[in-house]
Design a protein around this ligand. Structure first.
Ligand code: DAH
Length: 342
C-alpha cells in the first residue's frame, strides 16, 4: 500500500518533469513534492507515525531513498533548464557587430553665446569686471532710479511685462547700473550681460533678447574716453579699420546721449544693402551718466562722472553673421545651428 504510493510519486515525477521548460515552473513542481509542509514526499514521512512499529525502519528507508532520488532528479533538470535559458538569453542579447553605428553629432555654440563670449573677452581685456543682475526687477531699479519716473514719456519706448504692481521683467540691463553703484564706490568698470524682456515681436525684435551693458565711473571721465574705448571695441568685434561715429540721441539716464554707428564692414563705408546706402550701421546706445542717476546712488556728480553703454547681443550677432530674421536665433532649428560649427 505505502509502496504503491511511493511508486506513484516516482512515476508522476518521471512523466511530467521532461515537459517543463522554465526554471520557475520546475521550482513550483519541485515544491509540490518537497515542500516541508505540503509536499507529497513530506506528507508520506508524516504518514509513517500510523504504521506498526516494525514496519517503520524499512518504510523510512524507502521514503528517504525516494527523496534523495527526487532531489537528484530535480537538480539535474534544473541544470539543463538553466543552461537552455542562458543560451536563449545570449541569443536574445546578441549584438550584431556588422550593423552601422549611430553617429553622435557634435553640437555648435549658439551665435548669441559666441558673441557674448567675444564681448566678454574684449571688455575683460580692457579691465571690465562682469556683473550679472537679476531678470526680475522692481520699478525703481528698471526705471525710476534711471531717471525715468512714472509718467515719463521714455517709458513708452519699452513695453514692459509686469509681474505685479511693482515687479517686472527687466526691460534693460541698465537696471544693473543702479545695483552696482549702490554697492560699490568709484572707480567702477563693469560689463553686465543678460536677458531682457519687452512686449515686442517682429523680424528684428523678440520678446526676450540679450543685452550687454557697460558702466565706467571715475574722476574726469568724458565722451572722449567712451569714443576711444568704442574704437577698440569695434575693431575687435567687426574687424580692423572699422571706425565709429557718435550721433546725438536721447536716453533719460545719460546726458548727453549718443547713438553709436560703426562704419559698414560689408562695403567699407561706400554704401550697400546692409548699411542701406549710408556707409554706417547703428550698433549701440551710450552717453555720459546723467548726474541724477549718480545722485540716486549716493555718488557725488561734482566729483565723479561716468559713461554707460548698452547694446543688443542679437543685433550684433545678426550683423556679424548676416542673419536677417531674429526668429532664427530662437527657433532651435538644427539646420541653422549647424552653420555655426567650426
Ligand atoms: N538701455 C538702453 C536700451 O535698452 C540702451 C542704453 C542706451 C544703455 C544708453 C546705456 C546707455 O547704458 O547709456 O535701449
Amino acid at each position: 500500500m505505502m509502496e504503491d504510493k511511493i511508486a506513484a510519486i516516482r512515476a508522476e515525477i518521471e512523466e511530467n518533469i521532461s515537459s517543463l521548460e522554465l526554471s520557475a515552473a520546475l521550482y513550483e513542481f519541485r515544491k509540490s513534492f518537497l515542500d516541508n509542509k505540503d509536499g507529497k514526499i513530506s506528507q508520506l514521512m508524516k504518514g509513517m507515525k500510523d504504521l506498526p512499529k516494525e514496519e517503520k525502519p524499512a518504510f523510512g528507508k524507502l521514503v528517504n531513498d525516494l527523496k534523495t532520488w527526487a532531489i537528484d532528479k530535480f537538480d539535474e533538470y534544473n541544470e539543463k533548464i538553466k543552461a537552455k535559458e542562458l543560451e536563449q538569453k545570449n541569443k536574445d542579447e546578441a549584438i550584431d557587430v556588422t550593423m552601422p553605428g549611430v553617429k553622435n553629432e557634435v553640437g555648435a555654440l549658439h551665435p548669441d553665446t559666441m558673441v557674448i563670449g567675444e564681448l566678454i573677452d574684449i571688455f575683460a581685456g580692457m579691465g571690465f569686471e562682469i556683473y550679472e543682475g537679476s531678470e526680475i526687477e522692481n520699478d525703481y531699479y528698471n526705471f525710476t532710479a534711471l531717471n525715468t519716473p512714472k509718467d515719463h514719456p521714455a517709458r513708452d519706448m519699452q513695453d514692459t511685462f509686469y509681474v505685479s504692481d511693482d515687479f517686472l521683467l527687466r526691460t534693460q540691463t541698465s537696471a544693473g547700473q543702479i545695483h552696482v553703484m549702490e554697492n560699490k564706490k568709484p572707480p567702477i568698470k563693469i560689463l553686465s550681460p543678460g536677458k531682457v524682456f519687452r512686449s515686442d515681436d517682429d523680424a528684428t525684435h523678440s520678446p526676450m533678447f540679450s543685452q550687454m551693458e557697460g558702466l565706467v565711473v571715475d574722476r574726469d571721465i568724458s565722451l572722449a574716453d567712451l569714443q576711444g574705448m568704442l574704437d577698440t571695441f569695434s575693431e575687435r568685434i567687426f574687424g580692423e579699420g572699422i571706425k565709429t561715429r557718435l550721433r546725438p540721441s536721447y536716453f533719460p539716464f545719460t546726458e548727453p546721449s549718443v547713438e553709436v554707428d560703426v562704419s559698414c564692414f560689408a562695403c567699407g563705408g561706400k554704401g550697400c544693402k546692409l548699411c542701406k546706402g549710408t556707409g554706417w550701421i547703428e550698433v549701440l546706445g551710450a552717453g555720459i551718466v546723467n548726474r541724477h542717476v549718480l545722485e540716486n546712488c549716493g555718488i557725488d556728480p561734482d566729483v565723479y562722472s561716468g559713461f554707460a553703454f548698452g547694446m543688443g547681443v542679437e543685433r550684433i550677432a545678426m550683423l556679424k553673421y548676416g542673419i536677417n530674421n531674429i526668429k532664427a536665433l530662437f527657433e532651435s532649428d538644427t539646420r541653422f545651428a549647424e552653420q555655426f560649427k567650426n
